[in-house]
Design a protein around this ligand. Structure first.
Ligand SMILES: Nc1ncnc2c1ncn2[C@@H]1O[C@H](COP(=O)(O)OP(=O)(O)OP(=O)(O)O)[C@@H](O)[C@H]1O
Length: 304
């Protein structure tokens, strides 16, 4: 569906995407995980064929965006980071009129809009104004709108940023159902839990480059231990303590309020820490996540 080789994007002297290779296969949910400014949106806009490639090779459905932009865009669904719904139109017409832009006939547009409202679970809001919808409903409507042309490939840029946890879960369900229906999804996110929930495969992106690639499980297995012992301390209280626990795990990370000890046996780490007379405010043993992978690869947390 997507093939990129040495893909670059510059804005003047600034290189936002510094030569990346990506392959996305039919039917998979593929993610770009990285913090703000990593170059995810710049990559997405090139894939969406709305921003020219600076250099490198990019093919979408085997076609070149530079020469086949309209043909590519006709087969894509695009859900941008910001909601771009039309506030002048009611909810139903946001779908119906958008379908008409694609040249879909009136009857098909009406049927499709009705189906998509149901899919987005906002049928009862059909006649409401867009401004009366909650943030989560607006996102669901935006996704529904991007499906009006029955796309082969759906691009979602930060689909759940700004939503509360419950609205995020409802949206994840919607995306999961799309995946089950065989739609190829490409998602950018800076939420590691979103990437873990939705993506079959992903790349970890930082400063315009790909730091690692694989399924969430493969990335965690390759770049982290099975468990992490979190030792919480008051801010500044644990400076100098890392050296006292570093032999207990494969590695130790020092965060402002805690030490992270990476080990396959987290409980044993905690017991040994307490035996040594260290007094953390709280301890927690958890499984490694993609956040740990990011920290390992970049030395920073995804939220930085
Ligand atoms: N039109 C532009 N002109 C100049 N610089 C840009 C432009 N668009 C993006 N950039 C810069 O390129 C870098 C990558 O931005 P991009 O939006 O691709 O990152 P991102 O990973 O999607 O982050 P975010 O989640 O904040 O959108 C940033 O430093 C940004 O300031």
């Amino acid at each position: 569906m997507i093939s990129a080789r040495g893909l670059r994007k510059s804005f003047g002297d600034f290189e936002a995407v510094k030569g990346i290779d990506v392959e996305v296969r039919k039917g998979e949910a593929f993610g770009f995980l990285g913090p703000n400014g990593a170059g995810k949106s710049s990559t997405m806009r090139m894939i969406a064929s709305v921003s020219p490639v600076t250099s490198g090779e990019l093919r979408i459905f085997g076609m070149d965006p530079a020469t086949d932009g309209p043909a590519i865009r006709g087969r894509l669904g695009v859900c941008p980071q910001e909601d771009t719904l039309d506030n002048e139109l009611n909810v139903f017409d946001n779908l119906y009129i958008y379908g008409r832009y694609f040249g879909i006939d009136r009857a098909t547009c009406r049927d499709r809009a009705t189906e998509l409202l149901e899919f987005a679970q906002i049928t009862e809001k059909a006649k409401s104004k867009v401004e009366d919808l909650s943030g989560g409903m607006k996102r669901r409507l935006t996704i529904a709108r991007s499906l009006i042309n029955n796309p082969d490939l759906l691009l979602l840029d930060e689909p759940t940023t700004g939503l509360d946890p419950q609205a995020r879960h409802v949206l994840w369900d919607q995306l999961f159902r799309l995946k089950q229906a065989g739609v190829t999804l490409v998602i950018t996110t800076h939420y590691m839990d979103e990437a873990e929930q939705l993506c079959d495969r992903l790349v970890v992106m930082d400063k315009g480059l790909i730091a690692a690639e694989g399924s969430p499980r493969e990335l965690i297995d390759a770049h982290s231990t099975r468990e992490v012992a979190e030792l919480r301390f008051g801010v500044g209280e644990h400076e100098g303590l890392a050296g006292k626990v570093e032999d207990l795990g494969e590695r130790v990370e020092v965060l402002p309020d805690r030490l992270l000890v990476y080990s396959d046996h987290g409980e044993e780490v905690v017991t040994a820490v307490l035996d040594r007379g260290l007094q953390p405010i709280a301890t927690l043993v958890r499984r490694s996540t993609l956040e740990d992978v990011f920290l390992r690869l970049t030395g920073r947390s995804l939220a930085d």
